[in-house]
Design a protein around this ligand. Structure first.
Ligand SMILES: C[S@@+](CC[C@H](N)C(=O)[O-])C[C@H]1O[C@@H](n2cnc3c(N)ncnc32)[C@H](O)[C@@H]1O
Length: 459
């Protein structure tokens, strides 16, 4: 059964089998990598399994996509780097497969999410701490008291909080009760003697995201605070702006306990390391390869999407160092700056990578910047696989394809080669092979091959 969006695209024909990620191994031919999963093949609960839904994050790739390339190009005990680690999809999937992983991100909150997702937990203690903070918050809120110290047996040095913050963001986006509940929870975490504070902070921020006075359909890009009842396009009824945070704290506390416990079942002892730094300049440890999805030019402000977390936790704001931020736009100058930034990051990564290692980049390259980036890096082009990004909700005017660029760090004295892009309008039958002065590339013709898959050499 296809969704309406899938029917419209027309590539999910009968007999067109997507790859089962768990079946991929180093010998799986690239032409077998059909990455066009339908909603039915990969329902939302599978795409957001265990810790992948610990906190919403705009711009993440799906774990199954990463799994395919980890299985194909990496072996257990090798080390993969994700220099744009975001919410940590690569870290989690690599760890599941026993592959060491290094991540780096410029956004402090993303690093916090990554650490919370990948930490090793004593599950009994984790559960006790999550429920303890929740219970203390509930009691503090119920007493309607501003004297928090009364709730603590060991509260001698604990100062009462007046639940007012001189923070424009918090005062704009939260109703008084919601803010009081969030600040109470935060103070109990920060002043308490908890081992898993990062996890508790993630619960706080996830609740803060839901408790903002935004219409339900604008959670990703809120425009102005919604103070009155409104017609909700998402739920197709009149909805009320939220005035409390407690129900979210309760819901996400239990959800977090469940998700962390589920991940513990598949977590391995492979190393996970996360840097909060600019990937253009930070020295990386030795790595075997890279899998990443970079920010794209002028698309998302990664700090701004979690503004509530920065306001509540007082995290360091390094948004000026974000590559390709939405606020910089997509002008020719912005694109040029973007390309320089991406080249710098990958050059930095290649300096730490062994020869012959793979650099796998997932991008919706609508400005066709990546072939030239690959040339500047001097990498071999192993292939480019395109996949339709299939979302269950959200209408959009044009179809959304993303490309997976598979590059390789040349062995010494090895000639680098470059692929060319084919226009989407050309059919598979039209294209048998495409030659150039530098090398011959061929489009794999097979029933299960994704469309528009291009190789610089048979693999
Ligand atoms: C597309 S997202 C990565 C999403 C990730 N694949 C996931 O599944 O969650 C790109 C990330 O690059 C980060 N970023 C932007 N500029 C950076 C820089 N100079 N150094 C390190 N990270 C940067 C952003 O903060 C953002 O988290």
């Amino acid at each position: 059964m296809l969704t309406n969006a899938e029917r419209r695209v027309g590539i999910y024909e009968v007999g067109y089998q997507p790859i089962d990620p768990a079946s991929v191994n180093p010998d799986t031919p690239l032409e077998a990598l059909n990455l066009n999963w339908t909603e039915r093949d990969l329902p939302e609960r599978v795409r957001t399994k265990h810790v992948h839904r610990l906190h919403p994050y705009l711009g993440k790739y799906i774990p199954q996509l990463v799994e395919v390339f980890l299985r194909k190009f990496f072996a257990p005990r090798q080390t993969v780097l994700d220099p744009f680690v975001g919410s940590g999809t690569t870290l989690v999937q690599a760890n599941e497969l026993g592959i060491h992983c290094v991540g780096c991100d410029i956004s402090a909150f993303n690093v916090l999410i990554c650490r919370a997702k990948t930490a090793r937990y004593d599950l009994v203690r984790m559960r006790r701490e999550v429920l303890d903070v929740l219970e203390r918050t509930r009691r503090a809120v119920e007493t309607q008291s501003h004297q928090l110290e009364l709730l603590f047996e060991r509260s001698v040095e604990y100062a009462p909080h007046d639940y007012q913050e001189h923070n424009a963001y918090l005062n704009t986006w939260y109703a008084p009760q919601a803010l009081r509940e969030l600040l109470t929870y935060r103070d109990i975490v920060e002043r308490g003697d908890y081992e898993y504070k990062d996890l508790l902070r993630v619960i706080l921020c996830r609740s803060a995201r839901s408790a903002r006075m935004t219409p339900h359909y604008e959670l990703d890009f809120p425009k102005v605070p919604q103070r009155e009842p409104y017609w909700c396009h998402k739920h197709r009824r009149i909805c009320e702006p939220t005035t409390e945070a407690m129900k979210f704290l309760v819901r996400y506390s239990h959800d977090t306990i469940r998700r962390v416990s589920e991940f513990a079942q598949v977590r391995t002892d492979a190393r996970v390391e996360v840097f909060h730094a600019d990937s253009r300049t930070v020295p990386f440890p030795d790595i075997d390869g890279v899998i990443t999805s970079p920010p794209y030019v002028g698309l998302i402000d990664y700090h701004a999407q979690h503004a509530y977390a920065y306001a509540l936790l007082g995290l360091q704001d390094l948004s000026a160092q974000e590559i390709g931020s939405a606020s910089e736009g997509v002008s020719a100058r912005a694109r040029q700056t973007y390309v320089e930034g991406i080249v710098q990051v990958f050059q930095n990564a290649l300096n730490s990578m062994r020869s012959g290692g793979y650099l796998i980049v997932v991008a919706n390259d609508r400005h066709q910047l990546y072939p030239a980036i690959g040339e500047r890096l001097g990498v071999e082009v192993v292939g480019v696989v395109e996949r339709h990004v299939n979302r269950r909700t959200g209408l959009r005017g044009t179809e959304f394809f993303e490309s997976v660029f598979i590059w390789r760090k040349p062995l010494k004295k090895h000639l680098s080669r470059t692929a060319i892009s084919l226009p989407r309008s050309r059919s598979r039958d039209e294209i048998e092979s495409v030659g150039s002065a530098r090398c011959t590339r061929r489009l794999i013709k097979s029933k299960n091959a994704p469309r528009y898959q291009l190789y610089s050499s048979a693999f």
